[in-house]
Write a protein that binds this ligand. Sequence first.
Ligand code: NAP
Length: 524
Amino acid sequence: MTTSAVSRPLAAFVNEPVADFSKPENQRAAQAALAKIQAELGREYELWIAGARHKTGDFLDSVNPARPAEIVGRHHKASAALATQAIEDAHAYFPTYSRTPVEKRVEMAARVAAIIRERKFEFDAWLVTEAGKTWPEADADVSEAIDFCDYYARQMQRMANPEPLVQMPGERDEMVYLPLGAGVIIPPWNFPLAIMTGMSVAALVAGNTIVIKPSSETPTIAAKFAEVLLAAGFPARSFNLCTGSGSVVGDLLVEHPKGRFISFTGSRDVGLRINELAAKPRKGQIWIKRVVAEMGGKDAIIVDREADVESAATGVVQSAYGYQGQKCSACSRAIVDEKVYDEFLEKVRQKVAAITMGAPEKSENYMGPVISASAKKTILNYIETGKREGRLIAGGDSGPGDGYFVQPTVIADVDSKARIFQEEIFGPVLAVTKARDFDHALQLANDTEYGLTGAVYTKNPEKIRRAREEFFVGNLYINRKCTGAMVGAHPFGGFNMSGTDSKAGGPDYLLQFLQPKSIGEKVL
Ligand code: NAP
């Protein structure tokens, strides 16, 4: 159990460096990896349930969003019976797996990091092809996956050696951390490797068994990750890969009485639904399910009159259009002091005009496609709404070709009551709003039901102090962009409708997957 202390602490955690794709050797390695995975496109992938492969003949095909005719992987979809078997077997195997010594679990988590590191360019290539990421964005995702494994391995060593308690006279008093049981891991497609790896490895290293229900947009990356878990030594029955549609197998997994916890990252509506379904005890259920739900954002950057406007415009453009604005941390609202509003808008317009868009495997492109036809349609609908709600400055249409491309779009003079100011669009659309002064800017920034990331550009220390206190977000950045949280440095999670604020990549995260037990023993 988790009580066994770890004898050899791992070396201090260091973030995995992101590859520099301006170096010819990295460009060559990337192209070689792309050629390797292209030979595998269209391959069939089986389910992994109760320690064995399963086929159903009912397929989910994932496509390359830059060239939708290209099938990336054909995935057998779980039936309701298989999903039930997955969660029941995870429950049945939990007592065995949870007794795996903590040193062994830590070693396996660190080995996942090592294997992904060895195959980094190959994973990059899968992310470029299935998720439409450019090479730098893909490599940041893969590096973050490595970081999560290395970081949680170290955090588990710490949890296994807890702080000593106050000792009552004549007693030995201690608190140990036990795993919870069988859990369901439901990741999104936008960090298809990092978030899935982080949630899964955190649960496993803490001693839980899991059922992974990957996103239907990125099942191939999930299948590759499952291979890594096995190669790293995780027992065949410690995890299940239950590919299938959220609405078919998702509800079933969430409601099953043998599921002890649900770790979800995704949209607000799905997260709230999961929270509601999981709250109702089912026949045979003897616990309150724990739900960790990390959800959407409507993230704002405040540009104050005392800001370096050039640096603010760069930060806003990077935060708004990196990975096509499909980051929960993406800046979708720029709130700009009226004194620098026109200057800022002009700088943003010029920077957006210089953005290149196209096939993400070509290094000259800064932006690739959005994830799917339905995402593209939703984003374009929001753009049409935005044209009525504000003044179009840049973009406003789909991009060239058959892929799911949407132009980087800027809409100015947006009122705080406008839909594009309030609703998460999850695409390359930036709303710009004028603020009378810093007070007004803070008020506008907080005028949302979300509270994930935010940034402030100002040189004024008093305004920085106020932002630290009054800007109500889980991840605040000062004089820098609001995307790019680093494991260990920027524990991640939001307030209000952005979720349960579990702070992924932070020192408290493993507590989501553990329950402390206090033991007071009278010394005889
Ligand atoms: P989504 O539509 O909510 O889907 C997330 C996951 O939930 C997918 O695996 C999906 O499976 C599954 N799902 C859908 N319906 C379900 C149900 N009834 N029961 C159980 N699972 C169900 O979100 P997404 O489009 O993948 O991701 C984008 C969203 O995630 C954005 O809102 C973004 O802000 C948020 N996000 C938040 C964070 C954070 O840390 N706060 C990080 C990344 C992304 P299917 O694909 O099969 O439907």
